[in-house]
Ligand binder design. Structure first.
Ligand code: TGC
Ligand code: FAD
Length: 403
């Protein structure tokens, strides 16, 4: 006789995700938002869900999905159509990130690095020639990019970076190393932040194949296993001066890109939380203990009720942030608050959802533990949980705890 658990195991292998919109937030969305969501959701169901557990298990990045992400318009959805991008608004961008992260945080990372940390700085700080040279190829997935800010000795504190450039006629000589760089081993170009001889942070586009540039992979991650992470090592790399981003100087260059990416994560994390909630809700209706579905017990209901409450609050926060962003009014501190709140919310939900799944929750029959492990990285990258708290603290008190 087949056990109840094995019945659940079997059916859980397919992506049975249902839409959850407890407060009718869909009514606040436009036709374009809904279309973008549907296209991304269908793509995740057909291309990501069937393979993601196996790739995460092998700690392998599904690099074939880079092209598919381009086809659904996931790279720079809110950048202008003139450069091959989506030309949509910031809420559409957020919704796409949420749907991707419903599949896996690593898949959202593939898209948010390419769009917000590579294409955005080229668009915002680059020359028109650089935009035309790189953006259409990045939007179509012909080129893959990465973003090098963090160094082995400077993570939360990038202003003290030691990677540097020295003037050498028609080129700069680049030296230094970057650490924890998403996509670096497979990237064709890297947007790299380095100090010039005056100690001012500048952005450069470094291309694969430049002599002295290597990007070794970092192994052994228990989190974001389907995303590829590496270093960037520069030993006297000659970077043509035409590859310098001319329109920004100082730390506000990389931090401006981070604002864009953190905004995407504030939305993205909701997707991971929804997937955990969806799986836990279904499991609670199907799993029988003490002669009834575990969803009938008050303690399970408490968990599920609190989950949907927190998700709904996060959705409202993201939607309001999106509205501010569409009007050019979202401040970096507001973005920090939403990134911090929503990622923490998602991680807590993943932990609660894991409990509802009992022992099955630790297996890859369900997406919950994978999301939970991924969210440990999401809590740390793009500014740690505590760094974002200190940004809010500084904003409300006027005192800078970093200095
Ligand atoms: P501070 O003196 O506060 O600021 C320097 C200049 O930058 C301006 N600024 C910003 N501009 C735009 N957006 C923001 N979010 C900004 N935050 C600050 C600021 O106004 C100032 O401008 P100006 O004109 O006066 O020069 O800088 P600080 O050195 O005290 O640092 C402050 C702190 C700690 C908040 C900052 O360093 C920080 O955010 N640290 C966290 C580092 C971080 O987030 N790293 C992320 C690396 S990339 C990554 O993780 C990608 S993961 C991708 C994936 O796979 O999805
Ligand atoms: P640290 O800065 O050493 O922090 C360690 C601890 O100290 C944290 O808890 C932190 O909150 C705390 N801390 C630090 N300063 C303070 C303070 N002033 N007050 C209180 N507490 C403090 N970076 C990139 O540039 N590009 C990428 O593509 C990229 N991708 C990543 C992918 C992955 C999988 C990971 C794990 C990281 C990635 N990062 C990337 C790096 C990421 O942004 C950093 O890990 C992050 O900014 C934290 O830096 P750190 O790891 O050096 O930690």
């Amino acid at each position: 006789m087949q056990s109840n658990t094995s019945n659940i195991q079997k059916s859980a292998r397919e992506d049975r995700y249902q839409h959850h919109d407890y407060y009718g937030i869909d009514e606040l969305l436009s036709e374009e938002h809904l279309l973008a969501r549907e296209a991304t959701r269908q793509w995740v169901k057909s291309e990501v869900s069937p393979i993601i557990e196996a790739y995460a298990d092998r700690a392998e990045c599904p690099t074939h999905l880079f092209k598919g992400l381009a086809e659904i318009g996931a790279y720079g959805p809110s950048l202008p159509a003139k450069y091959g991008c989506g030309g949509m608004d910031e809420i559409a961008y957020g919704i796409i990130m949420s749907e991707l992260e419903r599949g896996d945080s690593g898949i959202r990372s593939m898209a948010s690095v390419q769009g917000s940390l590579v294409m955005y700085p080229i668009y915002k700080y680059g020359s028109e020639e650089q935009r035309m040279k790189y953006l259409p190829k990045l939007a179509s997935g012909e080129l893959i990019g990465c973003f090098g800010l963090t160094e082995p000795d400077y993570g939360s504190n990038p202003s003290d970076m030691i990677t540097n450039i020295k003037d050498d006629g028609d080129a700069y000589i680049l030296n230094g190393a970057k650490m924890w760089i998403t996509n670096s081993p497979v990237a064709d170009i890297a947007v790299v932040w380095a100090k010039d001889e005056a100690g001012i942070i500048r952005g450069l586009i470094v291309e694969r194949g430049m002599k002295g540039f290597t990007a070794p992979e970092i192994h052994g991650k228990w989190s974001l296993r389907a995303s590829i992470t590496g270093e960037l090592v520069f030993e006297d790399v000659r970077v043509p001066k035409s590859n310098l981003l001319p329109n920004v100087q100082g730390l506000k260059g990389p931090l401006g890109c981070l604002s864009k990416a953190r905004y995407g994560i504030a939305w993205g994390a909701i997707g991971a939380a929804l997937d955990c909630y969806d799986s836990a809700l279904r499991y609670s209706q199907e799993r029988i203990q003490f002669g009834k579905p575990i969803g009938g017990f008050q303690l399970t209901q408490k968990k599920l009720a609190e989950m949907i409450t927190e998700i709904t609050k996060a959705q409202l926060l993201a939607w309001r942030l999106g509205t501010l962003a569409n009007n050019g009014k979202a401040t970096p501190a507001q973005i920090s608050m939403a990134k911090r709140n929503n990622v923490h919310m998602a991680l807590e939900i993943a932990r609660e959802a894991r409990q509802i799944h009992g022992g099955m929750g630790i297996t890859n029959e369900y997406p919950v533990m994978r999301h939970m492990m991924n969210l440990e990285t999401v809590l740390t990258y793009e500014g740690t949980h505590d760094i974002h708290l200190l940004i809010t603290g500084m904003d409300v008190t006027g005192f800078n705890a970093f200095k």
